[in-house]
Design a protein around this ligand. Structure first.
Ligand SMILES: Nc1nc2c(ncn2[C@@H]2O[C@H](COP(=O)(O)OP(=O)(O)OP(=O)(O)O)[C@@H](O)[C@H]2O)c(=O)[nH]1
Ligand SMILES: [Mg+2]
Length: 591
């Protein structure tokens, strides 16, 4: 199927031409028939010789309805520009052509109609001159009259020829269907229609309905194309989608049905405005069937292009490389195309940020490129890249994170310095906590810190430690610990008391460090023994008649109640002993 939009000044014969070609009057509203004027988009189709099925989106020509016209042509790749032989080139001929040019429509036909009323030569020549220098320069021109039928075969022939040169879009790519109509069908519920530009829609598909107010899931209950039920439809096609669980009030023209995870719903974006001169303070952005007021902030220029940050009054689902149309409705002026360079631009807070950003944007031309995005964004989720429309080919370095080349290597080098600094400042607690490292390296996820760790650094207990540093104690602590161990040689369960620990300079931090380094064994707060003391205690207690009381244990181990009670509890906790109901214990696993 091909989809073709009409364009041209009011009353120049667009709808009449569509009716002549398809046999269907695209003006379906009573008001349109009464006033002889197209008000809303009209749809009609037919099989044309040599062209297959051609669906027309017929647009209104009246100056008041240009936004409607743009909603209709937005997603359509081919246009028939209609000029009346007796009317000649008129304001909306120009405005519509400027719109097609801005939208990048390269395939089309100039039809000079009402040729029974005037010699078409002058209008044809004038129109050709206007087309020169636009995307439609040099398209075939045909004169006809729908009243006499003269030239209609030439129109069909020329159209078939143009359509033969229109490349087929990707059928396997993502979908973004801009809604141009929404209505209720009795018994079926809410139906939306639109021109599917690319990709494939299928019954049962789960899509995101993106509106000005939010995103919601929507399931395709039924699909029609040109009023026939179809299981699937691939772009380019006119489609009507019956959506499950959706009220008519939930959806309107300008909303979009998109493949989940593709496109970024954004209200701030950076664009390259081709050949745009002065931009007004307020303008309207047209994307697909959507029209949203926006405030431009010029950032800089690149040759004849303006680099501009746009703030939209309502978010739109956009990807890198999207081509938007900027318009000043007050002056009936199409300002030109805007190529989307960034859908998640960084804030411009610091002085000079706009200039720096301009330099970055000068490198961008609206072709999504993974390497370039990674270079600029440093760290980004694969899902976010895909949402921006980037074809992601590299593998994530951690989780779904992709990083700029060399970033992890540099982070790893910096990490070695940070850990060394940390250990020098806190020798009792060597190892930089992952979270601190994450903040110091300005990374969004601890998993990335972990990915940056290179030997001899390693991760242990949530810290980045420098090789053996975690087991090393400062010399002063080393000496004190040796003294404790020496004290314990004769009476292994006579833990040093508070005074002895103070005398040796072993405070909480020192004891914790010694325990972490495996140089002492912790029994309770302030109660430490030599390594292996717990197992040794279990062995000695196993020699007692079972079960035994706490005081029997204390005597056997040659220690005080201060140590014996927490020691027994520690043995219970280590499942070396078990405590019976009468508070006696048995050894169940002698070390
Ligand atoms: N004599 C003659 N009249 C024509 C021809 N084509 C269209 N008309 C008449 O021109 C008038 C406008 O035609 P439409 O087809 O409604 O024009 P339009 O471009 O669709 O107008 P809008 O949709 O309102 O912009 C109607 O009265 C048509 O009957 C033609 O080839 N010859
Ligand atoms: Mg019309």
């Amino acid at each position: 199927m091909h989809v073709v939009a009409t364009a041209g000044h009011v009353d120049h014969g667009k709808s009449s031409l569509v009716r002549a070609l398809t046999g269907t009057d695209p003006d379906r509203l009573a008001e349109e028939k009464r006033r002889g004027l197209t008000i809303d988009l009209g749809f009609a189709w037919a099989d044309l010789p040599g062209a297959g099925t051609v669906a027309f989106v017929d647009v209104p020509g009246h100056a008041s309805f240009v936004p409607t016209m743009l909603a209709g042509v937005g997603p359509v790749p081919v246009a028939v520009l209609v000029v009346a032989a007796d009317g000649g080139w008129m304001p909306q001929s120009a405005e519509h052509l400027a719109a097609l040019d801005a939208l990048g429509v390269r395939h089309g036909l100039l039809v000079v109609t009402r040729a029974d009323l005037a010699d078409p030569a002058a209008a044809t020549a004038a129109a050709r001159a206007e087309l020169a220098g636009t995307t439609l320069a040099g398209v075939p021109a045909v004169a006809c009259s729908v009243v006499t039928g003269a030239g209609l075969d030439d129109v069909r022939r020329a159209l078939a020829q143009v359509l033969a040169g229109v490349p087929a879009p990707r059928a396997d790519g993502p979908v973004r269907l801009w809604v141009d109509r929404a209505f209720t069908v009795r018994g079926a519920g809410t139906v939306v229609t639109g021109t599917l530009g690319a990709g494939t829609l299928r019954g049962g598909d789960e899509l995101d309905l993106v509106t000005a107010t939010g995103v919601r899931g929507a399931r395709v209950r039924g699909l029609q194309s040109l009023e026939r039920d179809v299981a699937a439809a691939s772009g380019v096609a006119r489609v009507a989608v019956n959506l499950r669980g959706l009220d008519r009030a939930d959806v309107a023209r300008g909303d979009a049905l998109v493949t989940p995870g593709w496109s970024v719903r954004t209200d701030v974006l950076d664009v390259r405005c081709r050949g745009a001169a002065e931009l007004p303070a307020q303008l309207v952005v047209h994307a697909g069937s959507a029209a949203v007021p926006a405030r431009p902030r010029p950032l800089g220029v690149d040759g004849g292009d303006a680099l501009v940050r746009l703030r939209l009054a309502a978010p739109l689902p956009l990807v890198l490389g999207d081509r938007l149309l900027l318009r000043d409705p007050a002056r009936h002026l199409v300002l030109g195309p805007a190529l989307v360079l960034d859908v998640r631009p960084p804030p411009l807070r610091r002085r000079g940020a706009a200039a720096a950003r301009t330099a970055e944007l000068r490198e961008l031309h609206g072709e999504p490129d993974e390497a370039s995005e990674l270079r600029r964004r440093r760290v980004v989720r694969g899902a976010d890249l895909r949402a921006m429309g980037v074809d992601v080919r590299t593998s994530p370095v951690a989780g779904d994170w992709h990083v700029a080349p060399g970033l992890l290597e540099r982070a790893g080098e910096r990490l070695a310095v940070l850990v060394a600094e940390h250990d020098a400042a806190a020798p009792l607690r060597p190892g930089l906590p992952l979270e601190e490292a994450r903040r110091a390296l300005a990374l969004p996820d601890r998993a990335l810190v972990q990915a940056a760790v290179r030997p001899p650094l390693r991760v242990a207990d949530g810290r980045v430690v420098a090789g053996a540093a975690a087991e090393r104690l400062p010399p002063r602590v080393e000496r004190a610990v040796a003294a404790v161990v020496a004290d314990l040689a004769a009476r292994p369960f006579a833990a040093p008391d508070a005074e002895r620990l103070r005398e040796l300079g072993l405070g909480r931090g020192e004891l914790a460090a010694a325990v972490r380094a495996g140089r002492l064994e912790r029994v309770a707060d302030g109660v430490v023994l030599a390594p292996g003391a717990l197992r040794r205690a279990a062995r000695e207690l196993a020699a007692l008649p079972q079960p035994f009381s706490a005081s029997e244990a204390r005597k056997a181990l040659g220690t005080s109640r201060r140590v014996a009670l927490p020691l027994l509890e520690a043995l219970d906790a280590a499942r070396l002993t078990v405590r019976d109901a009468d508070d006696r214990r048995r050894v169940i696993a002698a070390g």
